[in-house]
Ligand binder design. Structure first.
Ligand code: ATP
Ligand code: MG
Length: 422
């Protein structure tokens, strides 16, 4: 579990802002479910025989003797909330969330125990137009952040019927190698053999090379849906690769599944993943509702933005006000407030000190300009403005002209910020 330190939080906010803007662009509305849910919710949705439920959940019994779990993902919460509050009652909903998730995994680069996911859920649309729009959303988001290295992989798990036939075939094949499978896969073989396709064990993966392929079991409807998705992706120019081994690690997926992967993050290459989960709403007590969505790992996305060398805005301090003497300190506070009203970011020297010390602080603050005030300046109602980053020049500017002067000298930042803040 990580602290997000001051040096990184501006990058987080930048990414969060781009995400929120993209959500508005596609008509998604934010939902903020609680971090804690009844354990039952995750067991019923994610599936008992998955890595998450078998070994990754932070589960405890509360004072009422009820088993609760820190959410390992948020799709189940979105569906629960949708059913509970009637958001899906005779209507459709496009929901998005962003926040911490908890999984007790072996921590390593790109894999943490508290991490953050952004996700969207399109509830009420049967697809494949809705499936395709998810990919347009993801592609636009990556593009807005300047991320180029991610590639889309898609697959279809087919309809319930073909999946059942495939499950039997896969079970038949893998049963012959029962003892060669990794421990998890042995346990899952009889109840949930599809899970084995998601195994990360090398020996198991090697055995899967000659296993029956899901693609050979698809019925006409599944093929038609998949083709339609591909037609949409071709039309909008989103490149993709069909990976018929892609099944995803959660049980609730039906039909189309996908991942956006990169080769720039080492072993943890999956950045965004999701698919269609048409059975989940009903399974959690709602009326049968088609649904599809994805979840995206913010830590991996931020790492990718950094690795790809994209520039991330930092929190800029425009002006540092140094003042000496009681009258100058009061004048400094008053000037700072009026500058801030005009959209300039101002750091005021707090706690006194001589000019030399104050100017050192000004330098360390990263401010572009220092505004210097002493008794003489107060008497003349004009400040000394020192350029800390450029030529180091100093000018005398009357209090009345100060805001305009600084805004001229700081062409992009304050005006742009003022506009952005509405
Ligand atoms: P993986 O195969 O890497 O464990 P997953 O299939 O468990 O991923 P999902 O549950 O689909 O992942 O979560 C969607 C996204 O959330 C992942 O693609 C990844 O970017 C991110 N993610 C998942 N688990 C973690 C984690 N422990 N730490 C950081 N990010 C994570
Ligand atoms: Mg995982």
């Amino acid at each position: 579990m990580n602290d997000i330190l001051p040096g990184n939080s501006a990058a987080w906010r930048h990414v969060e802002r781009v995400i929120a803007d993209t959500c508005v662009a596609y008509g998604y509305q934010e939902i903020r479910p609680p971090l804690l849910e009844r354990t039952e919710l995750f067991k019923r949705s994610i599936g008992e025989q998955t890595d998450i439920v078998e070994k990754e959940m932070y589960t405890f019994v509360d004072n009422n003797g009820e088993s609760v779990t820190l959410r390992p993902e948020a799709t189940a919460s979105c569906v629960r909330a949708g059913v509970e509050h009637g958001l899906l009652h005779n209507r459709q909903a496009k929901l998005w969330y962003l926040g911490p998730m908890f999984r007790h995994e072996k921590p390593q680069k790109g894999r943490y125990r508290q991490f953050h996911q952004f996700g969207i859920e399109a509830l009420g649309w049967p697809g494949p137009d809705a499936d395709a729009e998810l990919q347009m959303f993801a592609a636009r988001l990556f593009d807005s952040l300047g991320v180029r290295s991610v590639k889309l992989e898609i697959n279809t798990l087919g309809s319930d019927g073909c999946r059942a036939a495939y499950r039997d075939a896969l079970h038949g094949y893998l049963s012959r190698y029962r003892n060669d499978l990794d421990e998890d896969s042995q346990r899952r073989l009889d109840r949930n053999p599809l899970r084995i396709l998601d195994s990360k064990d090398e020996k198991t993966r090697a055995l899967l090379t000659d296993a029956p392929r899901l693609a050979d079991f698809l019925d006409d409807d599944a093929v038609a849906r998949f083709d339609r998705l591909r037609a949409y992706l071709d039309t909008v120019g989103i490149e993709y690769h069909v990976n018929d081994r892609l099944v995803r690690g959660l049980d609730y997926y039906t039909s189309i599944v996908f991942e956006w992967v990169t080769d720039r993050l080492g072993a943890q290459g999956a950045v965004c993943a999701g698919g269609r989960y048409d059975g989940l709403v009903e399974q959690l007590g709602g009326r049968a509702t088609p649904a599809a969505g994805f979840a995206l790992g913010i830590e991996r996305l931020l790492e990718l933005v950094a690795v790809e060398g994209r520039e991330i805005p930092v929190d800029a301090c425009d002006v540092f006000i140094a003042s000496l003497g009681d009258a100058a300190e009061l004048a400094g506070a008053r000037l700072a407030e009026s500058l801030r009203s005009g959209g300039v970011n101002v750091l005021v020297n707090l706690g006194g000190g001589g000019f030399k010390k104050q100017l050192k602080r000004a330098d360390a603050s990263g401010a572009r300009f220092a505004v210097i005030l002493g008794d003489d300046e107060v008497a003349a109602q004009s400040a000394s403005v020192k350029d800390l980053r450029g030529d180091g020049g100093q000018a005398s500017v009357s209090f009345d002209d100060l805001a305009a002067h600084l805004r001229r000298a700081l062409p992009n930042a304050p005006a742009a910020r003022a506009a952005a803040n509405g």
